[in-house]
Design a protein. Sequence first.
Lengths: 127, 127
Amino acid sequence: MKRHSRQRDAVRNALCSVKSHPTATVVYDMVRAEFPNISLATVYRNLAEMHQSGDALMLTTKSGAVHFDADTSQHSHHCCLTCGGVSDVFIELPNLCEIANETGCDAEYYSLMFYGECDSCRSKVKN
Amino acid sequence: MKRHSRQRDAVRNALCSVKSHPTATVVYDMVRAEFPNISLATVYRNLAEMHQSGDALMLTTKSGAVHFDADTSQHSHHCCLTCGGVSDVFIELPNLCEIANETGCDAEYYSLMFYGECDSCRSKVKN
DNA sequence: GTGGATGCAAACTCTTTGCAAGGGA
DNA sequence: TCCCTTGCAAAGAGTTTGCATCCAC
């Protein structure tokens, strides 16, 4: 039976409160503001639990960094080639799974990551 | 100046000779047939080099396993939810980067991974 | 002969696990 | 009280690095 814990709430709230896509250690730093003694293992445990229960996405970028996202609706992501930051991309796309399934490829869902420069890095380059 | 080495050739050939998408340790095992003393570090070094020079893709699946692909043309992949195997998906898709760019998102290229069951695992389930 | 590439082992990063102590219900 | 959750530390997996040796040029 699952019990309530303040640490678990803090991890969930930390992830849900941001639109950025923090890594485990970033979530750790966020939660430590409230729970200075929280263990990194606890953060990993709760993030893994959220992922397994379907409450969080795990996004692995080209560099191998693992980012978490509390928005589990089907949407795409963008990874900045300069700063490595991950952001949401909400664009209208055809039903990619359907296209794949029509060709005999079993696709239940997909992960789509665009690579390029984020707005922030693009404007810095111009300066 | 870059020099020639038989080990490097062996790593490149191993990756280019298969349509599967081996992980570093699988490439290591392949190359060891020819070079029993080759070091895993050498395999990693040469795979990283191929990736940096644009001669190989690095594909990270949901589970975090890193697979290599010598086919660097823009195409999609499929990862089996049962066995974890990665395979190519050559389907006609709209120009996703163009769609993203039109919305102001800078996309130079993308990585698209479908998740579902591979043919092999699907037929096993039926038995 | 020179210096890039290798093999080995150690280091390193990220993540998971074992276990005793803590704390919700 | 019960036993799930935590914190700590140690283990583990995957990958990288330092360095002496090797070998292509």
